[in-house]
Design a protein around this ligand. Structure first.
Ligand code: SF4
Length: 240
């Protein structure tokens, strides 16, 4: 948004432009994103572009609705069935998505081992994102298994700069090159799973996992990549 100063010269006010763009999305988004974007000015122009793309996708979904088609704003993509951990109560294993791990049963671990399934390749995922974007989907949640074990994971946000990506990771499989690529992206938030204290995380996820997860979170913060944590709330950690 261009404004004029007292001498009639026009100037660009990023805070005002961003606020206008975000307010058109959702006031909660303004609260979450605006302070972060202003702390990382290299993302300002990209966020204005993303906010406009969000508005356009909302209009596309409204148009679809008037045709009788309900399109969600977000899709969850389980990028890979592979995982390097073996957490207690893993829902991906419980639903039979993780090959070689036991599925089903009352406690989520009984029953048979999940069968090997043919995973979708990068072109298949690109096609799904392209087609659902045409229908008005704006946000893609990249989950697993462990999504960073999918070799070309970050080529998706790199290729679709007008869509937003949330990556849910256990924080133990990110490579140096992943941090370098994430640093250049404005359209990704990375969520790392922790269960609370070191003991709580390690009890569920394995010895040493908490420290690796915290190290990844620290690198993401220093990287200037928007990040957060995800927690499975249980009777053991809800007070923490
Ligand atoms: S990191 Fe996630 S997918 Fe992997 S075992 Fe743990 S809960 Fe399951």
């Amino acid at each position: 948004m261009k404004r004029e100063d007292a001498d009639g010269r026009s100037f660009f006010n990023p805070r005002r432009t961003l606020r206008t763009a975000f307010d058109s999305m959702d006031p909660n988004m303004t609260r979450a994103f605006l302070p972060w974007v202003l702390r990382h000015p290299r993302h300002v122009l990209n966020f204005i572009h993303l906010a406009r793309a969000f508005g356009a996708s909302t209009r596309v979904r409204k148009g679809r609705r008037s045709e009788g088609m309900m399109v969600p704003s977000s899709l969850i993509l389980s990028m890979t069935p592979d995982c390097n951990l073996n957490c207690a109560g893993c829902y991906a294993a419980a639903t039979g998505a993780v090959p070689g791990k036991k599925a089903g049963g009352k406690d989520g671990w009984g029953g048979k081992k999940a069968p090997l399934r043919k995973a979708l390749g990068i072109e298949g995922w690109r096609r799904i994102i392209r087609e659902s974007s045409d229908l008005g989907v704006y946000c893609f949640i990249l989950a697993g298994g462990e999504p960073f074990l999918f070799p070309e994971l970050l080529s998706l946000p790199e290729d679709f700069r007008d869509r937003y990506f949330l990556i849910y990771t256990n924080g133990t499989a990110m490579r140096d090159s992943d941090f370098g690529r994430l640093r250049k992206l404005s359209n990704v938030t990375v969520f790392v799973s922790v269960e609370g204290s070191r003991d709580m995380t390690d009890a569920r996820r394995g010895e040493g996992v908490h420290d690796l997860a915290m190290r990844s979170l620290d690198r993401l913060r220093r990287n200037g990549t928007m990040s957060g944590i995800t927690v499975t709330i249980t009777r053991y950690n809800y007070k923490y």
